[in-house]
Design a protein around this ligand. Structure first.
Ligand SMILES: Cc1ncc(C[n+]2csc(CCOP(=O)(O)OP(=O)(O)O)c2C)c(N)n1
Ligand SMILES: [Mg+2]
Length: 1033
């Protein structure tokens, strides 16, 4: 494995043994380094006495006799001692403990026996007085200190570096040679010195409080100390945890790993483990036998994934977890569905039959499908809900979706500590290291509105990614190093040692239950075949695969072990294997009788009760009563009621005052419209969650959903969370600076509860394309692939305002191109035209031009009898545009979202005499209005806006074009010709008109490779040019 070479290059070449660095001085040096201070000085109170260890025998060579106290480090210790003598609190707690323990004998210059903190060594070590270990009748030998520190250092060195020498590669290609490993880990300890005698290993040492290897023994012979440390740290488990900053957590892991007997399993556990391995291996064998040439991305080589997951789930259930949401890639997925989720085998096997589905959707390949199962966990006798979230091929993309879904599960259960719902994420080794979304997702782990209180990550590490070796696919020693950023413990474990895998699975589950933080299990195995079953791995990894060919399967390894131990007989093993094969055969037979499959059988997030009894074509009223509008509006315009001490920023007070005036005048702007929409939903019991970068204030400083006390840190007030005593909760949260992970997270959140409005806002719409995979693979196509609905709203600030190429366009053309709205199909014109269109479309794209329409479209999201993603191009300058206002009259009961807003001025009064009709969407409408007004063309030019671009308002467009029978028809957009809505609107308008006999003309910027110019002057020149074109008659 790659880690070994990395470890060597950072730690080796070794200093020649005769010249080794004294370990004790290494320890002292690390005390000097501030960075190392916290690592080497446990701050937790000592549980055991800190007595000096008996010294090793004095070295014979003069160089070896040189004590660290004679050198510069000696001077440092003296300095520490002096400082401590004057004030024990002036030194680090570890020095305090050390000096208090009396292990240090001050040199004569410091040895003032009248000092209050000095404890005569004789009091501490009465047994040593007079022994050969004491120098000159009572003064402790410097070797006492040296030996004491060396033993501590050795233990610590195993804890820190032991994993580098652990035997975690089942192929043995990359494990370090034991002797070399020992040198690397304890390279400077006396045991490596040529002066050290074999018998010295029998010297008994006091164990420090930083280890648990002694169990109930407080001292052990050095030989035993090293042997126990090697067993714990250099066996089949490589534990990385010393990077964790919380010392209680570090000690917790030490205790779990080091306590003698940690690896010991009872016979029942061993038998159960064997049975689970036999199912995991048996499933893959069965598929391989039945479908030799079919891609299934088998688990062979990492079969331990199944027992590992099962153990994690069992142990978590014991700790109270009721719901586990999993995300995983292709590898081993069918096995997970069969053996972890217990999805009916025949349903899995019918996927190989190539049958067409009998229900809606276009489906997905079998190794991407999700599932949801509620079943009894036999080992705990508790009910558990397991779901595997459907995912695309795009590796790791599902991670944030899973996290969002779990967060929602926790939120709606009131599971504030994450005790009931949890996430498990599975990863491939190459993808875990290579995909940036892993890092982005991990970084949400501790954020208050995004944390899921600990994810258990399991890497099915087969030491290869397709055909690429780790040394070409990552620069980090381990594929799991990303886990370090969130202080997660990382357990590398040899997948050929099932009992070690079981131990780390238990520790991981308990870690999560105890600390509610992420943990990583790196299950190191191999890949028995090629990337898929029909690939030839010898083309690219000949040496590795010649070893793999001869390598014994884990089922054989473990059954031989248990047979050897007398835990099971060969016959029992065969019987277990046969039994499972029979189960598979029976399922195979049943699957063969199936004549159809259903996509709905693979749904990962069923909304029980949501669709039942609903009129599928009825939209509830989206208007609100005046008194509701007023109440919400007023609350939104105030600080906390009855809290005069809550100091609001002066400018903020002005903003609130302006809001109140708008409410009083019944004429509102964009921010108020949004707040009223949210407030109305909250009143109706619908949870609203708004997330994205800087959404609390709003990128454009227009929203202000969180007011900050000006003199008290972290004292805030959210008006919308305080509208009514029985309202639904309102969540508004600034997110981490990520689009991919945060959008994925919100999508996952939206999958759990249809009665919620979940919105993600991009800082500028331009940045949403870093989340393109979530848009393409989940939002646009999720329902078709996985019959899963989502009402997620994407708010994308969009508009050409001279702010340069990356602050102008949310790329509406991209979203429109993803909409499955046939440009040549005019649906039947009937009463339910609009709702039917919505029900058939995959997502809605809108660009509202009035606050009221924005209000309605937000509210319509939850008023629909189904859920569809909504993409809204939102304004920037319009947020403060004096004309961009709406009256309460447009929001009262009976009013609704308008798919198009038609000209109601002089042109609209007399359409047949109008010369030119301008269709447009969004902000350009206000530019056109102004231009038309300035030119006095209100009766000759009509301006209509398309508010809902997709699904396209064919019916309204037809009526309008018919009415304006003598007018030239133009589409005006501010975006370049190859962008914006033009390519979407043009063919659909022609369909609405009924053909190409009357053409829609284009007015706008020319084609361009970049969305906008970097020059303000050019921007205005372009604007002026196309506005003039629009007004020419
Ligand atoms: C984002 C993304 N890029 C590329 C691929 C193509 N691809 C499929 S599997 C694979 C290798 C994955 O290796 P690893 O993560 O180690 O998983 P393994 O197949 O070894 O289990 C690649 C590159 C993909 N599916 N997703
Ligand atoms: Mg791999």
């Amino acid at each position: 494995m790659y880690r070994t070479r990395q470890a060597f290059s950072s730690l080796l070449p070794f200093t020649p043994l005769s010249n080794v660095e004294r370990y004790s001085s290494w320890l002292v040096r690390s005390q000097i380094s501030p960075a190392a201070k916290s690592m080497s000085c446990p701050g937790t109170p000592l549980k055991r006495g800190f007595a000096a260890a008996p010294p090793p025998p004095p070295p014979a060579e003069p160089e070896a006799q040189e004590s660290f106290l004679n050198g510069t480090s000696g001077a440092y210790v003296e300095e520490m001692f002096e400082a401590w003598s004057l004030d024990p609190k002036s030194v680090h707690v570890s020095w305090d403990a050390y000096f208090r323990g009396g292990a240090y004998q001050a040199p004569p210059s410091l040895g003032n026996s009248t000092r209050p903190n000095e404890i005569p060594l004789a009091n501490m070590l009465p047994g040593l007085i007079g022994s050969s270990m004491m120098q000159g009748g009572g003064a402790p030998s410097t070797q006492i200190i040296d030996a004491h520190l060396a033993v501590q250092g050795t233990i610590r060195s195993y804890q820190v570096r032991g994993h580098l020498a652990a035997n975690i590669d089942p192929l043995g290609l990359n494990n370090i040679d034991t002797e070399q490993a020992k040198k690397m880990i304890i390279r400077s300890v006396t045991v490596d010195s040529k002066d050290f005698k074999e018998k010295d290993l029998d010297t008994v040492y006091q164990l420090p409080q930083t280890t648990f290897i002694g169990g109930s023994d407080t001292s052990l012979p050095l030989r035993e100390i090293i042997s126990r440390l090697e067993k714990v740290y250099c066996g089949s488990i490589g534990a990385e945890y010393m990077h964790i900053q919380d010392l209680d957590q570090v000690n917790w892991i030490r205790q779990k790993l080091e306590t003698p007997g940690a690896l010991t399993l009872g016979n029942d556990d061993k038998r159960r483990l064997l049975a689970r391995i036999s199912r995991s291996a048996g499933f893959e064998n069965f598929l391989a036998k039945k479908w030799t040439a079919e891609k299934r991305f088998g688990l062979e080589g990492v079969e331990m994934l199944i027992p590992c997951m099962k153990q994690v789930i069992d142990r978590s259930t014991e700790q109270g977890v009721e719901c586990v949401v999993m995300g995983m890639p292709h590898r081993g997925r069918l096995n997970v569905l069969a053996n972890v989720c217990r999805k009916p085998l025949e349903q899995i096997l019918t996927q190989f039959a190539g049958l067409e589905a009998a229900d809606e959707g276009s489906g997905d390949v079998k190794y991407h499908l999700g599932t949801y199962i509620e079943r009894l966990n036999r080992s705990t006798n508790k009910n558990i809900r397991l779901s595997v979230v459907a995912n695309p091929s795009h590796l790791e993309a599902v991670n944030p979706v899973v996290e969002g879904k779990v967060r929602a599960e926790q939120f709606y259960r009131g599971d504030t500590e994450g005790k009931k719902a949890m996430s498990i994420l599975l990863h491939g080794d190459a993808a875990f290291a290579g995909q940036g979304v892993v890092y982005e997702t991990m970084h949400m782990a501790e954020l208050p509105d995004y944390t899921t209180r600990g994810t258990i990550h399991i890497v099915a590490n087969n030491q290869i990614g397709f055909t690429t070796d780790p040394r070409y696919s990552r620069s980090s020693p381990y594929c799991t190093d990303v886990g370090r950023v969130v202080n997660a413990p990382i357990f590398h474990v040899n997948a050929d040692d099932p009992e070690a895998v079981l131990l780390v699975s238990n520790i991981a589950a308990e870690w999560r239950a105890t600390w509610h933080k992420d943990v990583v299990i790196d299950l190191v195995g191999y890949r028995k075949f090629g990337h898929n079953e029909i690939d030839e791995p010898m083309f690219t990894q000949p040496i590795m695969y010649s070893i793999i060919k001869k390598h014994k399967n884990v089922l054989d390894i473990y059954s031989d072990k248990l047979i050897g131990e007398g835990v099971v007989t060969k016959e029992e093993v065969d019987a277990v294997i046969d039994k499972y094969e029979k189960i598979c055969e029976e399922a195979f037979k049943k699957a063969g009788e199936e004549t159809q499959v259903f996509h709905k059988h693979w749904l990962d997030s069923p909304w029980s009760g949501f669709f039942e009894g609903k009129d599928p074509l009825k939209v509830s009223d989206t208007g609100l009563h005046e008194d509701t509008l007023v109440h919400i509006g007023k609350r939104f315009s105030q600080g906390p009621p009855n809290a005069p001490d809550f100091i609001i920023h002066r400018s903020m007070e002005r903003i609130l005052k302006a809001r109140m005036e708008m409410v009083n005048k019944r004429e509102i702007d964009w921010a108020l419209a949004e707040a009223l929409a949210f407030g109305g939903l909250l009143k109706e019991g619908i949870h609203v969650r708004l997330s994205g970068q800087d959404v609390e204030r709003g990128t454009f400083s227009h929203r202000h959903h969180v007011l900050h006390h000006q003199t008290k840190d972290r004292s805030t007030y959210k008006p919308l969370a305080n509208l009514y005593p029985d309202q639904a909760p309102y969540t508004v949260s600034n997110s981490s600076l990520s689009e991919y992970a945060v959008l994925g997270f919100e999508l996952g959140f939206s999958m759990t509860n249809p009665n919620a409005l979940v919105l993600w806002e991009a800082q500028f719409g331009d940045f949403s394309n870093t989340a393109q995979c979530i848009i393409d693979q989940f939002i646009a196509s999720g329902q078709a692939k996985w019959v899963r609905q989502s009402g997620l709203v994407m708010l994308l600030p969009h508009g050409m305002e001279g702010m340069g190429p990356e602050h102008s366009s949310a790329r509406p053309e991209r979203f429109l191109q993803l909409c499955a709205d046939d440009p040549e199909y005019f649906p039947p014109e009937e009463e339910e035209f609009a709702i039917k269109q919505l029900s058939h479309i995959n997502m809605i794209v809108a660009n509202c031009s009035t606050p009221a329409n924005y209000f309605h479209i937000l509210r319509r999201q939850t008023a629909l009898p189904f859920r569809k993603p909504l993409i809204v191009m939102t304004p920037k300058s319009l947020l403060r545009h004096p004309e961009c206002r709406s009256s309460f009259d447009e929001m009262l009961p009976g009013t609704e979202f308008k798919r198009m807003i038609l000209d109601a001025g002089p042109a609209g009064q007399n359409p047949s005499s109008v010369k030119k009709v301008l269709f447009c969407t969004g902000k350009v409408y206000y530019d056109l209005l102004k231009e038309r007004r300035e030119r006095g063309l209100e009766d000759q030019i009509a301006i209509h806006t398309i508010e809902q671009i997709s699904p396209f308002p064919f019916d309204i467009m037809k009526k309008v074009t018919d009415q304006y029978c003598n007018a030239e028809l133009c589409w005006v957009q501010e975006e370049h010709k190859n962008m914006g809505a033009w390519t979407y609107v043009q063919p659909r308008t022609q369909t609405a008109i009924g053909g190409y006999h009357r053409l829609l003309q284009y007015i706008g910027r020319e084609t361009a490779p970049s969305p906008a110019t970097g020059s303000k002057a050019t921007h205005y020149k372009e604007l002026k040019h196309f506005l003039a074109q629009a007004m020419s008659l």
